[in-house]
Design a protein around this ligand. Sequence first.
Ligand code: UDP
Length: 466
Amino acid sequence: MANTSPSSLHALLFPFMAKGHTIPILQLARLLLRRNATVTIFTTPANHPYISTSLSDTSTSIISLPFPKNIPGVPPGVESMDKLPSLSLFFPFVSSTKLIQPEFEKAVQSLKTPVTFMITDGFFGWTLESANKFNIPRLVYYGMSNFAITISRVVSLNKHIFEGKSDKNLVTVPEFPWLTVTRDEFNDVFNGRDLDSPYAKWIVDNVLATSKSYGLVTNSFSELEPVFVEYWNSKLGPKSWSMGPFCLSHTEFLSSKKPSWIVWLDKKLQLGSPVLYVAFGSQSEISQDQIDEIKIGLEKSEVSFLWVMRRSENGVYPTLDDGFEERVKEKGIVVREWVNQREILEHEIVKGFVSHCGWNSVLESICAGVPILAWPLSAEQPLNAKFVVDEIKIGVRVETCDGTVNGFVKGEGLEKKVKELMEGEKGKEVRKKVAEISRTAAKAVEEGGSSWQCLNELIDELQINQ
Ligand code: UDP
């Protein structure tokens, strides 16, 4: 059993400055605090308020490091440069985080309690050097499933399997013979890039830093993907510690006043009208043409829906003209604010989720027992969608016009799939399956569960080596 006396365990956490990376780390902080750890989170000034509000009921220390100004490649005048401003500025942004290293090291050195271990984002490979300097084990946070990290690695090692294949041709993954992938499902980070380019070099540096780190911390639980956890740990490594779902570290929603969309969901509950939740994460940008088709699909499906929109890169919301909202007002609402997604998914009347399959969204849907209409857009989302639909069978897939995994979706195609998920036989099947997995997830994080034990083992191991 882990020795969890307050003075002996000090965890330093440093999440990447995008919500999809920060939120799970804040949830992990709660799990560590529950083990009586001292927790220090590093961030930047623009992210500090969100973190301190999210953890206001805890004793976490938060340290803001000044973020460099005038980053090459980022247009002047971009506000809050120390929050990821947009996906298109990802590389200049992420590569400039290395400039914080001297400040980071100064701050680590001045901490009063010795640090037992640090968990830093996979994008911050440079933190390994700092960790080594101070003799602190570094664990890498990868906001991905073991399935996605394992398949990505295995497919990279078997790159020739795509030779002569188009995006749509299926190929078998030799190590997992029941599994097929297409070229467009695999996020080839080097695709078309000059291998000497700064981007390629940055990727290689991060992968190397990961391979030399103490381990990975994955937001997952071993029962969800046992084959892939086992394969990664025995053949690839460094060891992946699956200690989630982290979102279950916190099940109370703090808002003192119910947001209007929750009041709306309460009304739907009274009426007994199942609601479809539609949202594409914190960063995805959807073209105006695609938004127009989503409108058609949702309206024609006649299903009740709650659609959360994000601003596009230029800071404006996509337009929904021609009286859409007025026409559908009995059925659906559109929310143009940051919502507490978990609060929505956990609402009893939410029975389906049109999701881009960001890994946090997938886990949150699993925990809430809500089946998914998988609509991956980029990064490792197509692999997550494959996992959701083909491996654990808790969802169905959208139908794209050209058959590629993240192609354009027409309104009629969306309508058909929405009905299938919300009203069809397939929907019943996947709903049953997600309810089962949801129960297993809850058990995993309870005392004695697989994730609970995994965290204990990690703490024990680190304290022995301290
Ligand atoms: N999220 C939220 N409210 C929003 C949009 C997103 O709470 O209005 C949360 C969501 O619950 C999840 C995270 O932001 O925890 C998004 O992470 P995910 O991996 O699903 O997608 P990403 O944004 O990284 O693409």
